[in-house]
Design a protein around this ligand. Structure first.
Ligand SMILES: Cc1cc2nc3c(=O)[nH]c(=O)nc-3n(C[C@H](O)[C@H](O)[C@H](O)COP(=O)(O)OP(=O)(O)OC[C@H]3O[C@@H](n4cnc5c(N)ncnc54)[C@H](O)[C@@H]3O)c2cc1C
Length: 447
């Protein structure tokens, strides 16, 4: 098998990983970013998200750095909707434009090499330390030796292969998955008028941060239950009656993103056959939701399903056990940490496994929680850092930490930490925290 050598390998070029790769390379590390799909961005792009949340504490902006640079580039291309960028908790963006912008950002980094269509299939270990990975493309298998590996695979698949302890909730408790889609041809003025005249009554679980349109630009509606409550549904649509579907506008005229949390049974590391069924069911669900909207919501009469995301949206799977596990108590106390690398303020909580509602714990405006670096250090293993939704936290903290803005914040932190570890000849665990924090601040991060 051929061998390559780099300083840092980033396993997974998704929401967190792409930012980690940029941060590592910009801080002087020869970096290889390995992504199994045909595009960068993971759930941010291939997942067709569109609502990028977590930017403010409803009073002040709490995220800057590379995530903000990306927002600026999207804005230059009219691919973002915002009201007041300093207080918006969310930006609505175009995931297709984001794919191109990410390629351009990475293309500007001479120390960063990216392999698409390539999977990390194994890890190389020396005692308790990860010293590289094995990657597989259509063409060949390569052993890549490195000083630091970053697991930004979403599912902590790399950490699991390295023997890192992790948690995963049982099928009956875990958050549901959702395949996101988009509809085009929507008459938005008619839709807005309809909801003004028929205000929804079943959206009581919507956190205040989302309700307050000062902190949320564009159109957002938590629906299906109101629309379908008294509808004479054909039998094949009956299952949608109790679903929760979140509809958001996009930067493009007449386009709406559909995010239904009831889409599929939950378990996200199911075997081959279950997974195949989940993919098939979730695709037809989107088609059914589109039909229901067309039939029952004025403004959708001529709309059609225009996008089925290419990545199934996994809200929750493995969470690595780290040197520290963020708790709901930390969130509620808006706790500060000595090793803070960034902040989060979106309401904590999680989607219920049946997809019908969410648990919500909100913070008052102006309050946010620090995110400690130790959540990204896997217990008992050196040479490995974790970023994204698979870091170390209690399940009820999920909706504050797994947002795309916070995943990007963690990505910048681990990429920078990996480069500092390489530069100073230390393990990621031994990185000098004040130096990491000073470097992050210099490069725009808000701690
Ligand atoms: C349905 C749904 C709705 C959501 N809604 C919102 C929302 O409205 N706003 C918001 O901010 N957040 C939302 N989130 C949360 C957020 O989108 C995700 O938590 C976040 O994007 C996860 O980022 P990540 O980097 O951990 O994973 P991903 O972005 O999924 O990245 C993981 C990457 O790793 C790659 N990969 C995996 N394994 C390998 C391997 N072995 N080799 C190579 N590559 C590999 C994958 O292909 C992928 O590109 C939502 C999530 C879901 C699922």
């Amino acid at each position: 098998m051929r061998t390559e050598e780099v300083d840092v390998v980033v396993a997974g070029g998704g929401t967190a990983g792409v930012i980690a790769g940029l941060a590592a390379a910009r801080n002087g590390a020869r970096t290889l970013l390995v992504e199994r799909q045909r595009c960068l961005g993971g759930q941010f792009t291939a997942g067709s998200q569109g609502a990028w949340v977590g930017f403010s504490d409803k009073k002040n902006r709490i995220v800057n750095g590379i995530a903000w640079e990306l927002r600026d580039l999207l804005r230059e291309r009219n691919a973002i909707v915002e009201a007041d960028p300093e207080t918006d908790v969310c930006f609505l963006y175009d995931p297709e434009v984001a794919k191109v912008v990410l390629n351009e950002m990475l293309g500007r980094e001479p120390l960063l090499k990216t392999y698409f269509n390539t999977s990390v299939i194994d890890v190389l270990k020396d005692g308790d330390a990860v010293v590289g990975v094995v990657i597989q493309s259509e063409m060949e298998q390569v052993e890549v030796r490195s000083k630091v590996v970053i697991d930004s695979s979403g599912d902590a698949g790399v950490a699991a292969k390295a023997g890192v302890p992790f948690e995963i909730r049982a099928k009956k408790d875990i958050q549901p998955m959702t395949l996101i889609g988009r509809m085009a041809g929507v008459d938005m003025d008619r839709v807005k008028q309809y909801y003004e005249e028929n205000p929804p009554v079943h959206d009581h679980h919507v956190p205040p941060a989302w309700r307050d349109y000062k902190t949320f630009p564009g159109f957002m509606h938590y629906g299906l239950r109101d629309e379908l409550e008294n509808a004479e549904l054909p039998e094949h649509l009956e299952y949608l009656r109790n679903w929760l579907a979140i509809f958001t506008s996009t930067p493009n005229p007449g386009e709406v993103t559909i995010n239904c949390s009831g889409a599929i049974e939950a378990h996200s590391i199911a075997g081959f056959e279950d997974r195949a069924r989940q993919e098939i069911v979730s695709q037809s669900c989107l088609y059914d939701v589109a039909e229901a909207m067309r039939r029952y919501v004025p403004g959708f009469e001529n709309a059609y399903l225009s996008v089925i995301a290419s990545q199934l949206g996994v809200r929750e799977s493995r969470r690595v056990i780290g040197d520290y596990k963020l708790t709901l108590d930390d969130f509620r106390a808006a706790r500060e940490f000595d090793d803070s690398i960034g902040r989060g303020a979106m309401p904590a909580g999680a989607h219920t496994p049946d997809g019908v509602t969410m648990t919500v714990y909100d913070l008052p405006a102006g309050k946010s929680m620090a995110i400690p670096y130790r959540c990204m250090l896997p217990k008992g293993t050196d040479g490995l850092l974790i970023a994204g939704r698979c870091v170390s936290y209690e399940p009820p903290v999920a909706n504050c930490i797994r947002n795309m803005a916070q995943c990007m914040v963690m990505g910048q932190a681990v990429g920078t930490a990996a480069a500092l570890a390489v530069e100073h000849g230390t393990t990621p665990r031994e990185v000098d925290i004040p130096l990491l924090q000073a470097t992050l601040r210099e490069q725009g991060a808000i701690l």
